[in-house]
Write a protein that binds this ligand. Structure first.
Ligand code: ADP
Ligand code: MG
Length: 690
């Protein structure tokens, strides 16, 4: 059976819309190759054309063999005149190929690939790129090469900037290039472009047709770059159409609450503050109150590093809701955090006459639920327990979700569903690079507290080599004598890992019976029962315990101003973002704090991560480094987001394009909310259904 469709079958598949034609419509693509291509996600001509080169080989200049000088990077075309395989010791082999053109001969050697001597038999024409050895005899070691079959091959694979693709093992690069060439030749002179003409013009992007041509077979490197930018922009644009449409829908569909924003309780809260809010707090509070005063439902994400003072912002929003007699719900991911929020909020709001109720899984009895349902409790602080069916509110006007990424979308929506389009404020202490925030959380309005309250001393961070560990414990003993406290964090990655749990427990026992014998210590981990854990935490908070050994269960938001030392065992196990969260548990009081990193990184990346961490204290900057070092896949929320689909765009380099795409979509949605006018209708292909 020929590996081809019949000419007439091909003609019918290709009418009108060549982009959606199957790959089988091309010459040389039969069932077998269709399967190979399918495994790479290439099913249609459009998939093929959107499979951009991962790199380019500049083969514009072909050097005559006689002109090759030692150490020079060259591309040659010639025919094989001799080929032999040499066996080396240890089972290695080497292929030596002599290549000739009209001007001379040169040796190519392929270490470890003796089998090539047979594949590249005399007479084989090939194109070769590599760097000539620095000294005689003249040769290219392990050059890139391709076999050339005819004149047409010469034009496609040489004498130009040639695309290099990421391909499955089975597909020869030459073959793939030839398919791309065929596909490009099928494109009609004028074709529909999903990007509006105004956008192309605004950014100087090539049309879809030109972009396909330039990204695969560019005349110059700048052409390829412009085409790549167009495709990157298009990817960002499709995400922004999706997230901003859902933002627009929230704002037009729901008639939410118009809160009073300068009522007596907000003013009383402001007057009672024991400190001056930072400029960033003032700005963010103003933004949030402005949203709350608007009848459209608020959906905001407040980002602020650990200790930046997000609670104060939450308190203002709650006071505003209470001024209009609306209830607020505050949901935190753990019992410990819920209790801490409850205590802080009760202390701040109680004196103003705003009642604050704690409602967690551990809260017994029906009475507290009755106080929420009757509206007697103005603020209900709790854990996941808040979304249970048994919890109801009388007039829920504000929902605050702390550490929002710890909850699923459905959970957050269920809580909001207990009111009639309440305003929602999400908070997070996990800094997210701006590009990611705009894509992951683009449906929300973002605000950032990018400033810490004054007077905080930056935490000193250092790696501790094994020889210095004793000195570190001595420091810890002195520290405890001076009345200050410390955490020792052991990396228990999974709370269910009993072996690791034993390791933590053992480490705790050894150290507290050894170097820290004279110091009051305690252990906390996720598999202790709540009462036991609460007890240890309470003793630590009260200062009766000087050194707390813990797994990562200790929450980011835990506020213990007297804790000044953070020791992280096996620090290279953690990502930068997580290290930063751990470090954020100290440095909250007036004393100098220290963070000590133990363990030797096993990889260069691990080493660089710890070096960066010792140098940088700003959470957002660390998050950018994390994005660069580990890629977006490692950052929370990314895998679930569908952003893994990004092909042309790069979240590290293309921030300018992302911002442009977001601005453009915002403007389009303002002018034409349904995106129906001819100028914008192309964008509708990116819109979510419903
Ligand atoms: P986070 O953003 O981590 O939730 P908190 O709201 O818990 O931070 O605030 C951390 C600490 O800083 C608290 O003890 C709080 O009282 C204090 N704080 C907040 N804002 C200010 C400010 N403007 N000036 C001084 N201290 C502040
Ligand atoms: Mg907090």
């Amino acid at each position: 059976m020929p590996d081809d469709l019949s000419p007439s079958a091909r003609a019918t598949t290709l009418t009108d819309d060549p982009l959606s034609a199957p790959m089988a419509a091309l010459h040389g693509v039969g069932p077998v190759r269709t399967a190979w291509l399918g495994a790479m996600g290439v099913h249609t001509i459009e998939d093929l054309l959107r499979h951009s080169p991962r790199a380019y080989a500049d083969r514009r200049v072909i050097t005559p063999v006689a002109n090759v000088s030692p150490g020079e990077a060259v591309t040659l075309i010639g025919a094989v005149v001799r080929a032999r395989a040499l066996r080396l010791r240890h089972g290695n082999s080497i292929a030596e190929i002599i290549l000739a053109d009209d001007t001379g001969e040169i040796k190519l050697s392929f270490f470890g690939r003796g089998f090539l001597a047979r594949a590249l038999a005399p007479g084989t024409r090939m194109i070769v790129s590599g760097t000539a050895a620095p000294a005689a005899p003249l040769q290219l070691k392990g050059p890139e090469y391709e076999v050339l079959e005819d004149d047409n091959d010469d034009r496609l694979h040489a004498g130009r900037i040639v695309p290099v693709y990421r391909l499955g093992e089975k597909i020869p690069p030459r073959q793939f290039r030839a398919w791309v060439r065929q596909a490009l030749d099928l494109l009609p002179e004028t074709m529909a472009d999903p990007l509006p003409g105004a956008i192309l013009e605004r950014h100087g992007f090539p049309s879809l047709r030109d972009a396909f041509r330039e990204i695969h077979f560019p005349g110059a490197h700048e052409d390829a770059q412009r085409a790549r930018e167009r495709f990157a922009y298009e990817e960002f644009l499709s995400i922004q159409v999706r997230v901003l449409s859902s933002r627009a829908r929230r704002r037009t569909l729901g008639r939410g609450v118009r809160h009073v924003t300068n009522g007596p309780l907000v003013r009383a809260l402001r007057d009672a503050l024991p400190f001056e809010p930072t400029a960033a707090q003032v700005r963010v509070i103003r933004e949030i109150l402005r949203d709350m005063g608007d009848p459209r439902p608020m959906g905001r994400l407040l980002q602020g590093d650990v200790g930046s003072g997000k609670t104060l912002v939450a308190l203002h929003a709650i006071a505003a809701a209470a001024d209009g007699d609306f209830q607020s719900a505050v949901m935190a991911p753990t019992e410990i955090l819920a209790r801490q929020h409850h205590a802080t909020m009760r202390d701040a709001l109680g004196p103003l006459g705003i009642s604050v109720l704690l409602l967690t899984g551990a809260t017994p009895g029906a009475a507290p639920r009755a106080r929420a349902a009757s509206g007697e409790a103005a603020v209900v602080v709790g854990t996941h327990a808040l979304i249970q069916d048994s919890v109801a509110f009388k007039r829920l006007g504000l929902v605050i979700v702390d550490e929002q990424h710890r909850f699923g979308v459905a959970q957050r929506m269920r809580l909001a569903g207990k009111g009639d389009h309440p305003d929602v404020l999400h908070m997070t202490a996990t800094p997210i690079p701006r590009t990611l925030a705009m894509t992951l959380y683009g449906a929300m309005d973002l605000c950032i507290i990018d400033e810490l309250p004054p007077g905080r001393l930056p935490i000193k961070t250092r790696r501790v080599p094994p020889a210095k560990v004793d000195a570190m414990y001595a420091f810890l003993r002195d520290n405890a004598k001076a009345g200050q406290q410390a955490f020792v964090i052991c990396p228990l990655i999974e709370e269910s890992d009993t072996r690791a749990l034993k390791a933590v427990t053992k480490h705790y026992q050894e150290i507290s019976a050894g170097p820290l014998l004279s110091v009051a210590t305690a252990l906390v981990h996720g598999r202790m029962d709540t009462a036991e854990r609460e007890d240890a935490m309470a003793r630590f908070k009260a200062g009766q315990v000087a050194v707390l050994f813990s797994t990562t269960v200790i929450e980011v938001g835990i506020d213990i101003p007297n804790a000044t030392v953070m020791i992280i065992e096996d620090a290279a196990q953690f990502g930068l973002t997580q290290l930063h969260q751990l470090r954020g548990r100290v440095g909250r009081g007036p004393h100098q704090s220290h963070c000590f990193l133990l363990g030797e990184p096993k990889t260069d990346d691990g080493m660089e991560r710890l070096d960066v961490f010792c140098r940088v204290t700003d959470g957002f900057e660390l998050a950018e480094h994390d994005l660069r070092l580990r890629g977006p896949g490692e950052l929370h929320g990314f895998r679930q987001s569908g952003l893994g689909e990004l092909k042309a765009a790069n979240l590290v380099q293309d921030i300018r394009l992302l911002e442009a795409a977001r601005r453009d979509v915002q403007e389009a949605l303002e002018l034409d909310p349904a995106l129906t006018s001819s100028a914008w209708s192309g964008l509708n292909r990116y819109r979510p259904a419903g």
